[in-house]
Design a protein around this ligand. Structure first.
Ligand SMILES: NC(=O)c1ccc[n+]([C@@H]2O[C@H](COP(=O)([O-])OP(=O)(O)OC[C@H]3O[C@@H](n4cnc5c(N)ncnc54)[C@H](OP(=O)(O)O)[C@@H]3O)[C@@H](O)[C@H]2O)c1
Length: 429
């Protein structure tokens, strides 16, 4: 019976899950891919740590060269995270003729092109389903099942931590800090939550999705990013009253050969399917010229959920090995489209302005908007305090630069106390 040797780099949350799945369903692999799967090596930092598996001690190594220089190892699974040394190990593994499976969004969002070039040169496979959406399949559907489409938009919730925090704030009325503490206690947020909360994790994922959807290389540095740390319970309550939920959204959109890519909090109408994606779940809404609209929904992270995607990729590579068809999972970024400047992005806006409550103030503000072509869908005056009031404004679709210029002027007006919030609105018809 044929046996394929594989090696795993990194034995943390996902690495452990992958070994669990490989062991649990061991008897199925011959049926599913035509081979037994043998874990020949696992790269760890601490060789003495008990990993809780029935694996012989010789499996573990602290020397990555034991893996890349072993001609019997056919697939290397990179689950260490971050850029270096993962980048060096993956490039070397490809150079030495190994196929690669990785869950590493940081690496792909910055060095995707280099990795695909290396895989092409070596005529080997590189698969990365777990890098976006954890257990929710989105890479293969975009690359393969939806290939018939011209994709116009990918928009979604791609970070479980921020979705958990915003959901807790909205459903339980707790503060941002308390929601974050709960997320950390339950393991949904890391001790240092910056990458999640400030939108960096979501930006890496939307860069990967936009690259695939629009067939052009989009890097992490191309993405406009804003996190959720400034969202308050008042914003959430005002949004609810107006019929919206606030979500951290990643958006990739193509128009006239230009691609816009951004991550920021957004008001989503409660009639839109993304508005009801709660807790740590992820969802991606895709618009294509043949499919129309479709949505993918599932667990965005987690040990076994992510391992499900990684092992799926391992099986795919092994099938390719057995059918002599490795090296066909080529990069699909065959175009070179411009990235749209944020100034030229069109969307709607939710604005909260704290203003002096006296006649003529509203007219002054709407006059500034009108001069810049910013048309208003609704204006509500709320929360009267002694001599101030909150103006809550929703605009029609306007250019970002026109809103920013208007707000610069309004901020300096003597009748304006504060521009409290500016949150974009997405998902409107
Ligand atoms: N966790 C999830 O739910 C999830 C979901 C989707 C994608 N991912 C991605 O999956 C990858 C792994 O994530 P994770 O959550 O499993 O991370 P993790 O728990 O921190 O595990 C990473 C492991 O890699 C090991 N490692 C790091 N550098 C190493 C080196 N130079 N040599 C040997 N071992 C090294 C670490 O060893 P030490 O224990 O010694 O530090 C750790 O055990 C990341 O790219 C992540 O973005 C994770």
């Amino acid at each position: 019976m044929k046996e394929i040797n594989i090696a795993i780099l990194g034995m943390g949350t996902v690495g452990t899950g992958v070994v669990k799945v490989l062991k649990r369903n061991e008897s199925l692999w011959v049926k599913k891919c035509g081979s037994r799967i043998h874990i020949k090596k696992i790269l760890v930092r601490n060789i003495n740590k008990d990993r809780g598996f029935d694996l012989s001690p010789e499996v573990f190594t602290t020397d990555w060269q034991d893996i890349v220089n072993d001609p019997e190892i056919k697939v290397v699974i990179e689950l260490m995270g971050r850029i270096e040394p993962a980048r060096t190990y993956v490039l070397e593994a490809l150079k030495k003729g190994k196929n690669v499976v990785t869950a590493n969004k940081d690496l792909l969002a910055e060095y995707g092109e280099e990795l695909f070039e290396a895989a092409k040169k070596a005529q080997k496979d590189i698969y990365f389903e777990a890098s976006v959406g954890g257990g929710m399949p989105i890479i293969s559907p975009l690359k393969e099942s939806l290939i018939a489409n011209n994709i116009q938009e990918v928009m979604g919730i791609v970070n479980g931590t921020t979705n958990f925090v915003l959901t807790s704030m909205s459903k339980e009325g707790i503060s941002f800090n308390d929601a974050l503490k709960t997320a950390q206690k339950l393991g949904y947020a890391e001790a240092d939550p910056t990458a999640d909360i400030e939108g960096l994790d979501a930006a890496r994922k939307i860069a990967i999705l936009a690259s695939i959807a629009f067939h052009t290389r989009v890097k992490f540095c191309d993405v406009y990013v804003e996190g959720i740390s400034k969202i308050t319970n008042e914003d959430i309550e005002y949004a609810k009253e107006l019929g919206y939920a606030i979500k951290l959204i990643g958006i990739g959109r193509e128009e006239d050969n230009e691609v816009e890519v951004r991550v920021h909090p957004a008001l989503i109408p409660i009639t839109h399917p993304l508005s009801i994606v709660d807790g740590s779940f992820n969802a991606i809404f895709v618009k294509g010229d043949a499919i129309g609209e479709t949505m993918f929904y599932g667990p965005g992270a987690g040990q076994m959920e992510t391992a499900s995607a990684v092992v799926g990729d391992i099986i795919r590579v092994i099938k390719n090995i057995n059918m002599n068809s490795v090296g066909n999972a080529v990069c699909t970024c065959y175009d070179n489209k411009a990235i749209k400047s944020m100034d030229n992005v069109y969307t709607s806006y939710f604005l909260r302005l704290c203003v002096i409550d006296r006649p003529g103030v509203l007219a002054g503000i709407t006059g500034v908007f009108a001069e810049r072509g910013v048309s208003l869908a609704s204006v509500v005056q709320k929360n009267y305090m002694k001599d101030t009031a909150d103006l809550v404004v929703i605009t029609h679709r306007v250019r970002e630069k026109d809103i920013q210029d208007s707000l610069e002027i309004i901020k300096k007006m003597s009748t304006t106390k504060e521009i409290v919030s500016m949150i974009r609105v997405e998902g409107m018809e």
